[in-house]
Design a protein around this ligand. Structure first.
Ligand SMILES: O=C(O)c1ccccc1NCC(=O)[C@H](O)[C@H](O)COP(=O)(O)O
Length: 196
């Protein structure tokens, strides 16, 4: 079970995720997010992540040149686009040498078809809100690699992962003590539950 912990902003939370065995850590560069971190502040956090752990920059409805500039400045290896960006943006990210994650709501995935080539992250409509999507919105999960997101917690991740059968899981608010404030103990509990 691949585990991504998203919305990290401190050394303590990055170390907690890495030490707990997360496969990927995420940094949110989307304006307006309570988890927003400047690229310059993210760079030293990214630099302390061991190579075996994927570093992900999260973006939403931003100009592609800004996405690439911030991703390079932070030093992340993967770009996650979270706002129904045009295909051209995904091509530009790939051409620039980044790995890519396409984040879509469960509703959009089900309505729009299932032939996207990128690794998918299937989320609730309001990313980072801690609200799960309605299981009825994802009657047929992807067959290729995909991450389940939206309202996951240490208490529900095992059950929801068993129900949907994703390749991995992604969490943000479910491992926080307050909006934007990660709780190392909850990070450890989440990774353990996801793998349990
Ligand atoms: O987390 C945010 O604030 C955010 C804002 C804008 C775009 C994406 C955002 N988060 C992306 C993620 O990958 C979250 O981990 C994912 O939406 C799950 O969040 P949660 O329901 O809080 O676990």
């Amino acid at each position: 079970m691949f585990v991504k912990v998203c919305g990290l902003r401190t050394v303590e939370s990055v170390d907690a995720a890495v030490d707990a065995g997360a496969d990927a850590v995420g940094f949110v560069f989307a304006p307006g997010s309570v988890r927003l971190i400047e690229a310059a502040a993210a760079a030293p956090l990214v630099a302390r992540v061991p190579e075996r752990v994927e570093t992900v920059g999260v973006f939403r409805r931003q100009p592609i040149d800004e996405v690439l500039r911030l991703a390079r400045a932070a030093g992340v290896g993967t770009v996650q686009l979270h706002g129904d960006e045009p295909d051209d943006h995904f091509h530009r990210v790939t051409e620039a040498g980044f790995a890519v994650l396409r984040a879509v709501s469960a509703t959009r995935y089900t309505e729009a078809g299932r032939d996207w080539p990128e690794r998918l992250l299937i989320d609730a409509t309001d990313p980072g809100s801690g609200v799960p999507f309605d299981p009825a919105d994802l009657p047929v999960p992807p067959s290729a690699f995909w991450l389940l997101a939206g309202g996951l917690t240490p208490g529900n991740v095992a059950e929801l992962a068993a129900a949907f059968g994703p390749s991995g899981v992604d969490v943000s608010s479910g491992v926080e003590s307050a909006p934007g404030v990660k709780d190392p103990a909850r990070i450890r509990a989440f990774v353990a539950s996801a793998r349990g």
